[in-house]
Structure formats: C-alpha cells, structure tokens
Write a protein that binds this ligand. Structure first.
Ligand SMILES: C[S@@+](CC[C@H](N)C(=O)[O-])C[C@H]1O[C@@H](n2cnc3c(N)ncnc32)[C@H](O)[C@@H]1O
Length: 222
C-alpha cells in the first residue's frame, strides 16, 4: 500500500494483487507481503516511536504479515525478551519465519498460524500486543479485543497503527478499497469506545496529519 492509488482505493490498478492484503495467498500473497514490508515502514517507524520496548518485553504482533515488525522488535530485546507473531495466512507465517529465522534459532522469536479470535496463549502472557494495518480485517472487533485483553498482562499495552482513519464526509476516497477488501476503517472515537468496553483504559491517540496515519495505545486495566 505504498502509493496514493493503493492507499485510497481509487484506480486500484491490480485488484488480484491488492485483494491479498486481507489474507495473503500463493504467489501474489508472497508479492504483496514483500511490498508491505517496505511500504509500511515509514508509518511503522512513526508508530513505534510512541511506545517503549524494554529489553525483556514479551511482545505479540497480531497479523504479522511479512514479519518486518517482528524483526524490528527482535532487534530491541535481549535473550530475556520474546517476540511472537501470529497470522491466519499460511504465506504470512512462512514469510515471517523466513525473515526472522536467525532470531528464531536464538529462541527469542516465534511465529504461529492462528486467528486473533482464538489464540493459543495462556492468560496474561504478553507485556505488549501490536497490530499494524490489520484490525480492518478482524472478524468481530469487540470479541477479538477481548481475546487480546486476555493474553495481555495487567497493565500491559495494546498498540494499533493504521494508515486509514474514518473521518465523517471523507470516506468516499476509500470506496473501492473497502469494497475490494471488505475492510472496516475505524475512527479514533470508535477505537477509544471499543477499547474502553473491552477492559482497557489510559487510551491515547496520535495522528500524523501529514500522512493521515493514526496510532492508538491503551492499557489493560490492572
Ligand atoms: C495489510 S496486512 C499487514 C501486515 C503487516 N502487519 C504489515 O504492517 O505490513 C494484514 C495482515 O493481517 C492478517 N490478518 C487479517 N485478519 C487476521 C485475523 N483475523 N487473524 C490473524 N491475522 C489476520 C492478514 O493475513 C495479513 O497478513
């Protein structure tokens, strides 16, 4: 999703490729994951500047895609930290493993195939749960947030970073993309309400006006 055409959904030049952003499959899935690892980089760097990663942080990246954010976090932790990526696409899991093989061999990274709706983790496992460009596709946002809340430690941080934000009267530009990908674009208010309804507080939102990016954080209630 690097250029304006893809960003807004107008003039989507290659629908067969772009549809893979929702759940990458096969060779085109492979291609879009390579592309997203690069095209999401500036937004991701901006987003993570709002959160603190400690050397012993236990981090879960949901919808890890091509695995670039797993790699970023793995570079910031010591042998006492952990990064786990999950994705419900086989190709995303394969790509994330390929990119992070060395850190996996060192035992600080793991990548699993599952949906956010039902994750194979004990309650209160992680300090931080992140999601970059993925919540648009979650099947049941409220229940999925409850599942995220379950696997976070008390006081743990949830972080979402999106390049599409809902704004009243400005959504027409996303029509093609929303239809193609069946995606839900959330406003800051809906993100706040949804997180407050599912066991989080201390909501914070950051907006990059120049690019229209949003990232939000909230903490699991102690
Ligand atoms: C647009 S890509 C973003 C990938 C990566 N986070 C990035 O920023 O480049 C969305 C990813 O979320 C994954 N995804 C969507 N819904 C999911 C779900 N319910 N559970 C797990 N992964 C999901 C997709 O398979 C895909 O890899």
């Amino acid at each position: 999703m690097s250029n304006d055409k893809v960003n807004t959904g107008h003039n989507i030049e290659d629908k067969e490729l772009i549809i893979n952003a929702r759940k990458p499959v096969g060779e085109l899935g492979n291609q879009i994951l390579d592309r997203m690892n690069k095209s999401h980089e500036n937004m991701a760097q901006w987003g993570v500047s709002h959160i603190e990663i400690k050397e012993d942080s236990k981090i879960l990246d949901v919808g890890c895609g091509g695995g670039r954010n797993i790699q970023r976090f793995a570079e910031q932790i010591s042998e006492n930290g952990r990064v786990v990526g999950i994705d419900y696409s086989d190709v995303s899991v394969e790509k994330s493993i390929e990119l992070n093989q060395e850190a996996m061999d060192r035992g600080i990274v793991n990548v699993l195939h599952c949906s956010v709706s039902e994750m194979p983790f004990f309650d209160e496992t992680f300090d931080i749960v992140t999601g970059f460009e993925t919540i648009y596709f979650w099947p049941d946002f409220i229940n999925d947030l409850k599942e995220v809340n379950r696997v976070l430690k008390k006081g743990g941080l949830v972080f979402f970073c999106n390049e599409a934000v809902y704004r009243e009267g400005e959504m027409e530009k996303y029509d093609d993309l929303v239809e193609l990908l069946d995606m839900k674009i959330y406003s800051e208010d809906v993100l706040r309400e949804s997180l407050e309804k599912t066991g989080f507080d201390d909501f914070k939102a950051y907006v990059n006006e120049e690019n229209d990016w949003i990232c939000v954080t909230a903490k699991k209630i102690q």
